[in-house]
Design a protein around this ligand. Structure first.
Ligand code: PLP
Ligand code: NAG
Ligand code: NAG
Ligand code: NAG
Ligand code: NAG
Length: 414
């Protein structure tokens, strides 16, 4: 007998996620000099993923620790992870923490923290189930921001001015203007540091201007902090904007990811920090967060949270981790210096100062889509269509080849 027609015959094929497609194409490429500058993950100078030495050490401690088991964690996560290092995001001496109005929800990566936060806001922010609240994301941004808020039900997701392509820097005027014009109570997703994809952050003075308008115009701040430590090598310095906003009395959310700064990408370690006006309000917020988590993943996984909390709770391991973060940040800085120097030595048309002015894992090269295509097809150097490159994909061994490839792309393709 004929098998029945599948009831899923009408499901359309979804397009692949660009960055994972790029990696798949890279894997299939057999060219000996191929380079992957796409995916946002750290690589050593041998182009290998890096298990942080402190992580290896703590993993061994966990294996040997007979007091640990695999029981369910509480819905909101591992208590010592949630309470661990207020030092990390908010600083040791945070008044908000002392006032007991800061709470955390352990989440599946930074993405999970964003998703849970977005779901909560749709349900409870400025009215119940207010899907009309405008959500502003930077232009450009990590593309998942749009989808996460759309999937949480928000209907009005708008770009705010951020990148000035001509000056290859921050469009502060455009950004401040958008803040002034946004409807009161709009939600703004702000990158806490090391903006993805532009590698361009506001200066402290610029952050102060942003905060002044946001407070006056009653705009909601949702920080995305996925690269703390990667911008400057210092965890404290990279949390400057967050701590400033908290000191200014904002009620806000912070989606914290430990994927990059702990190299724990596949363990899915994130934290949604909620800063409320007082403990009473915090308690009610967290009770609703618990309901959202219960129907989403019910309870979070423990291994990554254990590694992070053991590291953060022990002064020696904490110091060692800070050193590991600095190792990663310093290698990125070295590659920035070398890439700029090599392009200048080649006499590649254009200015390349932005390579060293930009910070974090990424550089927005300014290469246009045709030049990107040339890089991929002719030179086997893989990068995002936006011209974004992951600086960690550069090594002392491939940097000459990449610089030469950029030189050719810029001189041969307009
Ligand atoms: C800006 C930004 N936010 C959030 C994330 C999500 O990180 P995670 O892997 O922890 O979900 C990323 C990852 O690339 C990112 O670039
Ligand atoms: C998670 O967030 C809460 C609230 O800010 C904080 O107390 C806790 O230290 C954070 N956990 C980690 C591991 O950063
Ligand atoms: C929320 O609002 C949307 C659009 O206005 C509507 O379709 C949906 O049914 C509402 N959900 C709830 C739980 O009220
Ligand atoms: C917030 O709620 C108020 C009162 O219901 C409403 O007038 C306003 O339009 C809402 N703002 C947004 C951005 O949804
Ligand atoms: C916190 O919530 C309560 C309602 O339970 C409210 O009366 C109180 O004013 C709130 N605190 C602040 C600072 O708004």
């Amino acid at each position: 007998s004929q098998p029945a027609m599948s009831i899923f015959s009408d499901v359309p094929q979804a397009p692949p996620v660009a960055v994972f497609k790029l990696t798949a194409d890279f894997r299939e490429d057999s060219h000996p000099q191929k380079v992957n500058l796409g995916v946002g993950a750290y690589r050593t100078d041998d182009c290998q993923p890096w298990v942080l030495p402190v992580v290896k050490k703590v993993e061994r401690l966990i294996v040997e620790d007979n007091s640990l088991n695999h029981e369910y964690l509480p819905i909101l996560g591992l208590p010592e992870f949630r309470s661990a290092s207020s030092k990390v995001a908010l600083g040791d001496d945070s008044t908000a923490i002392k006032e007991d109005r800061v709470g955390g929800v352990q989440a599946l990566g930074g993405t999970g923290a964003l998703r849970i936060g977005a779901e909560f806001l749709r349900r409870w922010y400025n009215g119940t189930n207010n899907t009309a609240t405008p959500v502003y994301v930077s232009a450009p941004t990590w593309e998942n921001h749009n989808s996460v808020f759309a999937d949480a039900g928000f209907k009005d997701i708008r770009p705010y001015h951020y990148w000035d392509a001509a000056k290859r820097g921050l469009d502060l005027t455009g950004l401040l203007d958008d803040l002034e014009k946004a409807p009161e109570h709009s939600i703004f997703v702000l990158h806490a540091c090391a903006h993805n994809p532009t590698g361009t952050d506001p200066t402290p003075d610029e952050w102060k201007k942003i905060a002044e308008i946001m407070k006056r115009r009653k705009l909601f701040v949702f920080f995305d902090s996925a690269y703390q430590g990667f911008a400057s090598g210092s965890l404290d310095k990279d949390a400057w904007a967050i701590r400033y906003f908290v000191s200014e009395g904002f009620e806000l959310f912070i989606a914290q990811s430990f994927s990059k700064n702990f190299g724990l990408y596949n363990e899915r370690v994130g934290n949604l920090t909620v800063v409320a006006q007082d403990n009473e309000n915090l308690t009610r917020i967290l009770s609703q967060m618990e309901k959202i988590v219960r129907t989403t993943w019910s309870n979070p996984p423990s291994q990554g949270a254990r590694i992070v909390s053991k590291t953060l709770n022990c002064p020696e391991l904490f110091a060692e981790w800070k050193g590991n973060v600095k190792t990663m940040a310093d290698r990125v800085l070295l590659m920035r210096d070398q890439l700029k120097a090599k392009l200048q030595a080649l006499g590649t048309p254009g200015t390349w100062d932005h390579i060293t002015q930009q910070i974090g894992m990424f550089s927005f090269t300014g290469l246009n889509p045709k030049q990107v295509e040339y890089m991929i097809k002719e030179k086997h150097v893989y990068l995002m269509a936006s011209g974004r490159i992951n600086m960690c994909g550069l090594t002392t061994k491939n940097i000459d080849y990449v610089a030469q490839s950029i030189h050719e792309a810029v001189t041969k393709v307009q």
